[in-house]
Design a protein around this ligand. Structure first.
Ligand code: ADE
Length: 236
């Protein structure tokens, strides 16, 4: 059965390009994933279809109102839905999170906007709050596209060659070893001999050493925190 991914946003057209190209498009055509981009405004009421309002207590910016989000989530969710909220306050998105979400049947992703969302949305509706990193985006829809991409490429069959995700960075806990393709010498820079001598055992050992050395220099934190064991626990 296809993984259903609903993305609730006031900017659904921002997703057209991302979902309409490359592997995400093929996964959809192959029936591995069923994307639905839902316009939050379709659940708003009143003459102006308002989805946000000024914060109680004052301060800058606007806050997403609870009514349209509650209406949308109550309409869209089923018994097995995981409701996600994209927010810089969430747990940092990791490969282990992507793996866990790829095993679900229905993800409903709420994209936060403006200065934030009414706290009652968080408290009553959301299973997991996700941040894609320590920076603030203009809206959560870009972050939702990142999560959707990382999850869908893990669905069996999405990448063509099965196992293509098994030895990549963050799955093994190490950064990937250096890769080369033809030509053997390019502008005086040669491919390491070991990769062209056909000894698969030696190549595997070389790659493992390179991955370890690269990780030690660039991301020593990964050696201390193997995948799936770092970051705060999920909300709720
Ligand atoms: N919305 C704004 N910034 C974000 C971030 N870093 N991660 C997820 N959602 C966001």
């Amino acid at each position: 059965m296809a993984l259903r991914i609903d993305i609730l946003t006031i900017f659904p057209r921002m997703l057209d390009g991302v979902l309409g190209e490359s592997i995400l498009k093929r996964a959809q055509q192959a029936g591995l994933v069923d994307f639905r981009c839902i316009n939050l405004r379709d659940y708003a009421t009143g003459a102006h279809l308002t989805v946000d309002d000024r914060p109680y207590g004052g301060g800058p910016g606007m806050v997403m109102k609870p009514e349209p989000v509650f209406k949308a989530v109550e309409d869209l969710r089923g018994p097995d839905t995981q409701v996600l909220l994209m927010t810089p306050q969430g747990a940092t998105f990791k490969q282990a999170t992507a793996q866990r979400l790829a095993a679900e049947t229905h993800l409903l992703i709420i994209c936060g906007h403006y200065e934030g969302v009414d706290e009652r949305i968080r408290e009553a509706l959301v299973d997991l709050e996700i941040s894609i990193g320590d920076y603030v985006l203009t809206n959560g829809v870009i972050a939702a596209a990142v999560v959707a991409d990382a999850v869908v490429r893990l669905l069996p069959g999405a990448l063509g060659g099965e196992g293509a995700t098994d030895d990549e960075s963050f799955t093994t806990g190490l950064l990937e070893y250096p890769q080369y393709t033809r030509p053997p010498v390019f502008r005086g820079m040669a491919v390491p001999d070991i990769l062209t001598n056909g000894n698969h055992g030696e190549i595997a050992r070389w790659r493992q050493k390179q991955a370890q050395a690269r990780t030690r220099v660039r991301r020593p934190d990964l050696l201390d925190n193997p995948p799936g064991q770092s970051g705060p626990p999920p909300a709720n």
